[in-house]
Design a protein around this ligand. Structure first.
Ligand SMILES: Cc1cc2nc3c(=O)[nH]c(=O)nc-3n(C[C@H](O)[C@H](O)[C@H](O)COP(=O)(O)OP(=O)(O)OC[C@H]3O[C@@H](n4cnc5c(N)ncnc54)[C@H](O)[C@@H]3O)c2cc1C
Length: 539
């Protein structure tokens, strides 16, 4: 019997398993799919000569994460590769904002939009550099980040305290307008905020856009050499060397609770796998509490709160094998790993508003990845392995375009939407379509079929909006990995600090399991105090 069973071999599950194995625990990871990795996998399914990342590609959060740094995955053969430029946001009038790892170059690009904007960027960067160690510590440790938080508070006071806190909660549109006179800096901040489901007008999108932009400035957007799955491979090898194992094709259908404690799991084949000390779940919070843990073991208040759980946007992705480099109208975009395609901050607002209204966007904001530009081995010389993803509503109420997309995502709808994404690329790169050798479409239901955590095509384990962060993640409580069931820990992106590949939720869960301390979530205590019924409403 292993000390711990980990449900799911995504990056968080694998990080958790590694840390438990480091502490001498025996660990068995059960993965539903035929291969480990979750949303960190690549294949050659688009064209046999092209490596295509199935889901995630660029890992600034991994580069900044002390959790992953501590695993020393370079010893397992992991190497990183960078594009010549990190990020570009071209506009139809020929201007292009470029984020380079050299801050002077970024500043020069923004200065071309409006005099003074280069200096404004450098000022944002200086604040970041002063606070960076404490922000990263606070971000990647369990909530509340007591030591890191206290240090951060001291430094925040020195850096302008309340004013800076105000900046962090600003909507990114407002932050951009306060900091920059021209569109370039505003675009970099707002486009980066939309790496999460944060519209330019959302509270807190300023802080998130700033954080992602500054991570990009300091760490770039690196990719694992050879394909995203190289990161997974390194985690699996490291675990195996410490005696841990990953069993694929094993879907967990139930967390077994006996005597009020998680004692193992049951798989789809009916096998019960016992765990001596802990069960760690790299699954979404709604899946854990809504199906894996029998309802009778959960407080009504938590179940009620889960009804209010908000997923992040659904996602629609297209992968391409291209016969040549993308013919960008703005030549600067050719050197960037990531290219944002939306017509200004207004274009981003329009896109996010259409999703909020349940409409499939007519001109989808595309995050475009140029993978061969970033890692030359991904496809034969002179070609490009590329992808773009955009977002769509979970519940489609209409099509903002005129092709009647209903959200059924049947064969016709997938092709129509993929054509729409291509049309968006074509606006900024005339001739793009003529280069397509092969394409693959990943609609929201396809994504979910390849990784159950990508519910309806959500990519971040739940919204990044402020009402579901920190003590509100995944539901109002402590923001910690402990669950109401002793011995069971939430280890996925649904837990603080959320989505992205950085391993922090997995590490937090592993450390909590190792401490073996069971902290009852606040919601459980509140449940006793307020006598709410199982629907979460006051009687
Ligand atoms: C299209 C896309 C693009 C993205 N781009 C980026 C990016 O560029 N950079 C970045 O940092 N992040 C990106 N992300 C987000 C990032 O990939 C996720 O936040 C991250 O993978 C979350 O890790 P996880 O371990 O929590 O979950 P996952 O990676 O989703 O892994 C969960 C695993 O658990 C397994 N599982 C689920 N239920 C069960 C069960 N009942 N039994 C057994 N196994 C189960 C799943 O099969 C899966 O393997 C992207 C995500 C997507 C989908």
């Amino acid at each position: 019997m292993p000390d711990a069973v980990v449900i799911g071999a995504g990056p968080n599950g694998l990080v958790a398993a590694n840390l438990l194995a480091d502490a001498g625990w025996s660990v068995e990871v059960l993965e539903a799919q035929d291969e480990p990795g979750g949303a960190v996998r690549h294949d050659r399914g688009v064209d046999p000569d092209f490596t295509s990342d199935l889901f995630s590609s660029f890992y600034p959060l991994a580069a900044a994460s002390p959790v992953l740094a501590g695993l020393r995955l370079e010893r397992e053969g992991l190497e990183w590769s960078h594009a010549p430029k990190v990020l570009a946001h071209p506009l139809l009038d020929g201007r292009c904002a470029v984020l380079s790892r050299d801050p002077e170059e970024t500043a020069a690009s923004l200065e071309a939009f409006a005099p003074g904007d280069g200096a404004a960027w450098q000022e944002l960067r200086e604040v970041w550099e002063r606070l960076r160690p404490d922000i990263l510590d606070a971000l990647f440790t369990p909530f509340p980040p007591l030591r890191a938080g206290a240090r951060l508070a001291v430094r925040l006071r020195a850096a302008g305290g309340l004013r800076l806190a105000r900046t962090m909660v600003l909507p990114v549109r407002r932050l951009g307008e306060e900091e920059f006179r021209g569109e370039g800096g505003r675009l970099l901040l707002a486009g980066n905020a939309l790496h999460a489901d944060l519209a330019p007008e959302s509270a807190g999108s300023g802080g998130f856009g700033w954080l992602m932009s500054m991570l990009a400035q300091t760490y770039g957007f690196p990719v694992p050499t050879g394909g995203s799955g190289a990161l997974t491979g390194a985690l699996v090898r490291r675990l195996a060397r410490r005696g841990g194992s990953v069993r694929c094709g094993e879907q967990v259908t139930e967390v077994v609770v006996r005597g009020g404690r998680a004692v193992g799991v049951r798989t789809g084949s009916g096998e019960e796998v016992a765990a001596r000390r802990a069960v760690l779940a790299d699954v979404s919070a709604p899946a854990l509490y809504g199906s894996l843990v029998p309802e009778r073991h959960l407080p009504g208040r938590l179940l009620g709160d889960l009804k209010r759980f908000q997923w992040d946007f659904a996602t629609f992705k297209v992968d391409w094998a291209l016969n040549g480099p993308v013919p960008w109208a703005c030549p600067e975009a050719a050197h960037a790993g990531t290219v944002h395609l939306a017509e200004g901050v207004d274009g981003l607002t329009r896109f996010a508003a259409q999703i909020a209204m349940g409409r499939v966007p007519d001109r989808p904001f595309a995050l475009f990845g140029q993978m061969t530009t970033t890692d030359p081995g991904r496809s034969p010389g002179g070609t490009e392995s590329a992808w773009a993803y955009t977002h769509v509503p979970h519940r489609v109420r209409g099509d903002a375009g005129d092709e009647g997309l209903s959200g059924s995502w049947d064969g016709r709808e997938q092709e129509v939407m993929a054509d729409r994404v291509e049309a968006q690329v074509e606006r900024y790169a005339p001739g793009f379509r003529g280069l397509i050798r092969a394409r693959r479409v990943l609609s929201p239901p396809t994504m979910e079929s390849m990784d159950a955590n990508l519910h309806g095509g959500a990519i971040n384990g739940g919204t990044t909006a402020m009402h579901q962060q920190l003590v509100f993640r995944p539901s109002p409580g402590t923001g910690r990995p402990e669950t109401p069931v002793p011995g069971l820990y939430l280890a996925s992106a649904s837990a603080h600090p959320g989505g992205g590949v950085h391993g922090a939720p997995g590490a937090n869960a592993a450390r909590a399991a190792l401490r073996g301390r069971h902290t009852r979530p606040l919601s459980h205590l509140q449940n006793r105090l307020t006598h709410r019924d199982r629907t979460g409403r006051r009687p």
